[in-house]
Design a binder for this molecule. Structure first.
Ligand code: ATP
Ligand code: MG
Length: 731
């Protein structure tokens, strides 16, 4: 009814309403964490529909994660009061994959192309690197892959790469390798993640008719987390948004303080140049944070204020009532101690009736999760690792998926190679090489080569019979797909191919678990309309699915936690070398450090009620114990919003006066040269500013500041570093 403000708008503040009701023309919402940017985007989506400006499939909405897409879908359907079908709502990659299937022929692919995962990409690259004779120690394939990916992030095809870009890396042959790699992908009808965006942008650029079709189609574009778009994503958006003479109806929301993906090619400049790209753009700022308590906001704002490169934004608590608890900083002895402490806290929260789904542990790097996982298993606390693809990463699941890929796509050589000898079918390295050669000579896929060789009697011995049987069961499965449906067909395939039997015959303790996983995999196939749909899902999911539906807590990386919120957030491992990461410290630049600080800001601002930061005094790194220095971010937290617990209150005790034996466990029984570094040492005298010192790893340097036992040393070769006094010798 006209004249009446709909309920969904009433619940918002005036700035948010402004951002929602300005439906037409370019709009940028620039605002800090928890100010309702995502909520604005979601409500805007609903508003455009409810006000009759567009049909559901005429809005293109881009989220950063699959999880965020799912949440937005749910929120939109809740606002609409009906389920929202056929929406163009998803991550950049998912949206591009969907588009590319319709236009694959423009880039010499067929619509059934495979999307490769990182493993496949690397396997492919390694194969093609052989004739280049590149020393893998000097130029590891992963690093070459990285260079190629960065080029793709920037929208550069091999022919667009200038000589200057490709000077000495991989003996100056990186561009050549890139071209080869792209060629090879085409041959096997495959794409890697970067290609989804790259190909689609290329198609939109080169084929005005295709572009015009999407211009007619998409009336409104919505983008979340705009600060983390890379160049290719930006180009793709710009192509879609600029609709000839019409004004671009594009709304981007973002926060420069949360730009944390520059290592993946994200360009925060995209947000800064929005007004130039879209003349007449309106900019809305939101300043009320509705997520976190006053204490949490105070701590986060104080921390991020240490960054120099920022637009600077005001953030006020939106909930006047919520003073909340101070951010806790807890010092522990080592990772076990840290896991124990966090486990105990979680048990307490659970006993007090806090829902587990409102608790998260956010880590800097993947390796940190294991200690917490083990502790949570011991305590019987339900958890899931979000973003780790745990289930799909297991070997048996990957094998089974490879079988499915071969069925769905005969030219998927990488998948076929994975399963050709699993279970053993008497195919040796030389045998496989011959097949590859045959395939290359005849320019056909590996499966076709095997069939031809079998026909010509070129495969001998046990392999002959076994491979014939394999090819037969693949062919039967393909027939069955149409007749009996994909669930029955795949079940049949895994049995007939001998794959299930292989695990049944396996006497290792984990074999039963693997069989369970395979059963679960076949079960989950039923959730998809067909095999293609399932494989698409597997290729695209970055977020681990929570199939249990149980009330479980989450463990994830800080990067993966972007945009999410929890009542209680644990932030472990705030130590120099872990967070900020060693790599950032080694690189020594301000840019890297500021990005780490933004990551810390993202971490703290995920919490609604309570943030608990911890740091350990000792860490086992690469098998040796090292004493650790609390992260500089701990000190940067404004004292009035922080409550310190544990040994940190007395930093000398933490590092020097710590007993050699604590609790019931004698201090690390690890044979390591470094153990002496963390055993009691008297305070050292003579460690003053200006004194010249020597450090085992960093060499000679001069002390520039002293704080307790922590020194800042300007090393002559390694640059400025923070070290503990016991690590250096006066010279
Ligand atoms: P981030 O930068 O972390 O992505 P954001 O700006 O996207 O944060 P949202 O996730 O949209 O913020 O909102 C944060 C929380 O505040 C959500 O729980 C949301 O429902 C709530 N919220 C947003 N606006 C309001 C409002 N006007 N009144 C009450 N709660 C609100
Ligand atoms: Mg958000």
């Amino acid at each position: 009814p006209t004249g009446q403000v709909p309920d969904y708008l009433n619940r918002l503040n005036p700035e948010q309403r402004d951002a929602i009701e300005t439906t037409d023309g370019p709009l940028l919402v620039l605002a800090g964490a928890g100010t309702g940017k995502t909520r604005v985007l979601t409500t805007r989506f609903a508003h455009i529909l409810l006000s009759g400006r567009a049909r559901p499939n005429q809005i293109l909405a881009v989220t950063f994660t699959n999880k965020a897409a799912r949440e937005m879908r749910e929120r939109v359907s809740a606002l609409l009061g009906e389920s929202a079908e056929g929406l163009w709502l998803g991550t950049f990659h998912a949206l591009c994959a969907r588009m590319l299937r319709r236009h694959a022929e423009y880039v010499e692919l067929t619509s059934s192309f495979t999307i490769l995962d990182t493993d496949d990409q690397l396997r492919l690259l390694k194969q093609l690197l052989e004739p280049y004779h590149i020393d893998p120690k000097r130029w590891p394939p992963q690093a070459i892959m990285g260079v190629i990916q960065r080029w793709k992030d920037r929208g550069l095809m091999p022919d667009a790469i200038t000589a200057a870009e490709d000077t000495d890396f991989a003996n100056g042959r990186c561009t050549e390798i890139y071209a080869d790699y792209q060629q090879r992908l085409k041959q096997i009808n495959a794409c890697d993640f970067g290609d989804l965006m790259l190909h689609m942008t290329e198609i939109l650029r080169k084929h005005p008719d295709v572009l015009a079709q999407y211009h007619r189609f998409f009336r409104y574009i919505l983008v979340d987390e705009y600060q983390d778009t890379n160049t290719i994503q930006y180009l793709w958006l710009r192509l879609l948004a600029h609709r000839g003479t019409q004004r671009a109806n594009i709304c981007c929301v973002g926060d420069d303080d949360q730009s944390i993906y520059s290592w993946r090619g994200a360009e925060v400049e995209n947000i800064l140049r929005f007004e130039r790209d879209f003349p007449g753009a309106k900019v809305v700022r939101l300043e009320r944070n509705y997520r976190s308590t006053r204490q949490i906001l105070g701590a986060a704002s104080g921390l991020i204020a240490h960054n120099e490169e920022r637009l600077g934004k005001t953030l006020h608590p939106g909930r006047e009532d919520a003073e909340g608890e101070k951010v806790r900083v807890i010092s522990v002895q080592d990772s076990d101690d840290e896991a124990r402490m966090i486990g105990t806290e979680i048990e307490r929260l659970r006993a007090d009736g806090h829902p587990m789904s409102e608790i998260a542990i956010l880590v800097r790097a993947g390796f940190q999760t294991r200690a917490f996982e083990e502790r949570l298993i011991t305590l019987g606390l339900p958890y899931r690792v979000v973003g780790g693809l745990r289930f799909y990463e297991r070997a048996e699941i990957r094998d089974a998926i490879a079988y499915m890929r071969v069925v769905s796509q005969p030219s998927d050589d990488l998948a076929f190679e994975r399963i050709i000898n699993v279970p053993r079918r008497g195919v040796g390295t030389t045998g496989l090489q011959k097949m590859h050669m045959h395939a290359r000579e005849r320019q056909i896929p590996l499966t076709a080569a095997v069939l031809e060789m079998l026909g010509a009697g070129d495969i001998k011995g046990r392999a002959k019979e076994q491979l014939a049987a394999l090819m037969q069961s693949i062919a039967t499965t393909r027939e069955m797909l149409g007749r009996e449906g994909h669930v029955v067909a795949i079940d049949h395939l895994l049995e007939e191919s001998g794959y299930i039997d292989m695990w049944k015959a396996d006497k290792s303790p984990d074999a039963p678990g693997r069989l369970e996983n395979l059963k679960e995999l076949v079960r989950s196939l039923a959730d998809y309309e067909n095999l293609g749909g399932f494989l698409e899902h597997v290729a695209l999911v970055m977020d681990a699915e929570d199939r249990s539906g149980a009330d479980s807590m989450s463990i994830m990386t800080l990067h993966g936690a972007k945009g999410l919120e929890f009542d209680t957030v644990f932030l472990p491992g705030w130590e120099e070398g872990v967070f900020p990461s060693q790599r950032t410290l080694d690189e020594g630049g301000l840019k890297g450090l500021e990005e780490e600080r933004r990551l810390a800001y993202v971490g703290i601002t995920r919490a609604r009620k309570l943030a608990i930061i911890s740091h350990a005094a000792n860490r086992l790194i690469y098998g040796s114990w090292q004493s650790a220095i609390p992260s500089r971010f701990v000190e940067e937290l404004p004292a009035e919003h922080v409550e310190t617990r544990g040994d940190t209150a007395n930093s000398r005790r933490t590092f020097l006066g710590r007993p050699a034996v604590f609790g019931s466990t004698p201090f690390p029984l690890v044979a390591s040269k470094r153990v002496h570094d963390v055993t009691p040492t008297p305070a050292r005298s003579g460690m003053n500013v200006g004194v010249r010192v020597f450090h085992q790893k960093f060499g000679y340097g001069t002390i520039t500041s002293v704080e307790g036992n922590r020194l800042e040393v300007a090393f002559e070769k390694a640059g400025p570093k923070r070290v503990i006094d016991t690590f250096v010798e006066q010279v």
